[in-house]
Structures are given as structure tokens and as C-alpha cells.
Design a binder for this molecule. Structure first.
Ligand code: MLT
Ligand code: MN
Ligand code: ZN
Length: 291
């Protein structure tokens, strides 16, 4: 199996359009590498590819990844569809860019399919250009030879769906297993707490991509100077997840969905040094993982 980290930041990206925090200023001037919004591409056979989440940056992400470029036929694309971990805008709006694509399938938890029809009707809009196949994820399913398992993570609803009374899970993680190589990759970009049973999922993985939105729960407030500061917004901060990750030194561990306030975006920061010392990575956009 091959996976490409197309984007590695939280909603807004790095730099964020309206942010003048010290980190965003450095990303804007080029002294830190810019990063696009969280999105993964995955393939079991190297021919058929799926996006895991479809970020608003998907047009440039596809253009900059040779593995996803169209051809050789004039409208031939290796992209077969997308899987959604949740219904957040930074994970779903990219579908609007893929409008008109034929034969695409979207897999998502039932609550997410509901939100994208009843709370924010992306599905009707997209289907007006070219109908997609919308599939509710069952516990386990086959994706072009990859074995996929959806792992319920939390009931965190997007803000636009806050009035929905539909039961979750609203957020899942995905476990991908290549039956030929045996490789296992787990993708969990939105983690509210360390879920029950997650130890076993991590222990059996070769590579874990985990929610690294915030280094500390308080950082939204300190970076923006807002005294009200939003707390961790349903994202387990690295200060809480790193001690968990330290228990799995044999697994390749990667933080993704980094918010622009997160000090680990600066490799010279003490926070980034702490990750290095724990053997945990924060690779840049475009990184390819083969398992
Ligand atoms: C999140 O990850 O919590 C959401 O993407 C937040 C947002 O879209 O504003
Ligand atoms: Mn997000
Ligand atoms: Zn910023």
C-alpha cells in the first residue's frame, strides 16, 4: 500500500489567510514551510487511489502529486473516490472541486452522510453536476484490494450541524490493511480523547497518523491574544496524546492536522525537539509512506 500525505494542517492551513501570529508570519515570508489542509491519498495497487478527506486545497494537492495526475486518456483519472472521517468543512469542501468527476464513490459514517444532506446539502449540489455513489461505511469493507475498518472515535459534530439530533459516531478513524504485504496504516486526524480499545488498534499498526491539532489545550487563546480563547475544540492536545504514543515505540507515529498555532510547525522549537526525542514525526506535505 502507498499513502501520500497531501496536506498536514487543520482547517485554515499554514499560513491561515487571516492570521498574523508569529508562526503564520514566518510561513508567509518563507522562513517556515507552508502546509496545506489535512488530506491523505491511499492506494493498495498503485493504480486506483482514494482520498481520505477532501480538503479545500485538493486542486493544488492533486496537481502537485504525480501519482494522482490524470491520463493517459483525456479525462482518465486514477482517483476512484473519497472516504470521510467526519463532516467538518476542512474535510469535505474539496468535493466541490471534484464536481463533474464520473464514477466516484464517497464513503462516510451515516451521521456524516446525513449532515451533508440535511444540514449542509453538498450532496444535492454535487450530484447536480455528476452523481456520486454515496456509501455508508460498515465496520469493515474492501477498497480496491485494501481492507478498511472504520473505528468509531467521537460524537463531535461540525458547528454547522450543532442542532442535529442524529446519533453518531460523527467521527471515525480508518484502519487500512494491505492483504499482500500485511502492512497496516491507521489514520485518525480528529481525536477528542484516547478512545477505549485504541491501544490495540495502535499496537497492531505499522504507521499511525494522529490528530496533532494543538500542542497545548490553551494555545488558541495565547496565539490570538483572545482572553476567552477557545479550548482544544474537541482535539486531544499533544501534551495529552504524546505520553500515550510513547508507549508504542515500535510503531511509526506521525502527527497531522496541525493547527497554525502549533509550535511543532517550527522544527527549532522546544516542542518539536520533544517530539523528536519521543521518535514522533511531523512530516511535510507530499510525504509518501509505503507499507
Ligand atoms: C476542527 O477540526 O475542529 C474543525 O475543522 C474546525 C473548523 O472547521 O473550524
Ligand atoms: Mn479540522
Ligand atoms: Zn497563525
Amino acid at each position: 500500500m502507498k499513502a501520500v500525505l497531501l496536506g498536514t494542517t487543520a482547517g485554515g492551513g499554514f499560513p491561515q489567510w487571516n492570521c498574523a501570529c508569529a508562526l503564520c508570519v514566518r510561513a508567509r515570508s518563507g522562513s517556515l514551510p507552508a502546509r496545506s489542509q489535512d488530506c491523505l491519498a491511499i492506494s493498495g495497487n498503485g493504480t486506483d487511489w482514494w482520498l481520505v478527506n477532501a480538503s479545500p486545497d485538493v486542486r493544488t494537492q492533486i496537481a502537485s502529486c504525480a501519482l494522482l495526475n490524470p491520463g493517459p486518456g483525456p479525462r482518465e483519472t486514477p482517483l476512484r473516490g473519497a472516504l470521510f472521517t467526519d463532516a467538518e468543512l476542512d474535510h469535505t469542501l474539496g468535493l466541490l472541486t471534484l464536481r463533474g468527476g464520473t464514477g466516484l464513490t464517497v464513503w462516510a459514517p451515516g451521521a456524516v452522510l446525513h449532515a451533508l444532506r440535511d444540514q449542509f446539502d453538498l450532496r444535492t449540489v454535487i450530484d447536480g453536476y455528476a452523481p456520486l455513489a454515496w456509501r455508508e461505511v460498515s465496520e469493515s469493507f474492501d477498497l480496491g484490494g485494501l481492507q478498511v475498518t472504520a473505528i468509531p472515535i467521537s460524537g463531535k459534530r461540525p458547528k454547522y450541524a450543532r442542532s442535529s439530533t442524529v446519533d453518531g459516531p460523527w467521527v471515525v478513524a480508518y484502519r487500512f490493511q494491505d492483504p499482500v504485504s500485511g502492512g497496516v496504516l491507521v489514520y485518525a486526524p480528529c481525536l477528542a480523547s484516547w478512545p477505549e480499545g485504541f491501544d490495540d488498534v495502535v499496537a497492531e499498526a505499522d504507521c499511525l497518523l494522529l490528530d496533532g491539532t494543538f500542542y497545548a489545550a490553551s494555545e488558541m487563546g495565547s496565539a490570538t491574544g483572545s482572553s476567552s480563547g477557545q479550548a482544544a475544540m474537541g482535539h486531544l492536545p499533544i501534551t495529552s496524546s504524546l505520553p500515550e504514543l510513547r508507549r508504542f515505540p515500535a510503531v511509526r507515529r506521525i502527527y497531522t492536522h496541525l493547527n497554525n498555532t502549533n509550535a511543532v510547525l517550527d522544527p527549532e522549537s522546544p516542542e518539536a525537539a520533544k517530539l523528536r526525542e519521543a521518535g514522533v514525526e511531523v512530516p511535510l506535505d507530499g510525504t509518501v509512506i509505503e507499507l
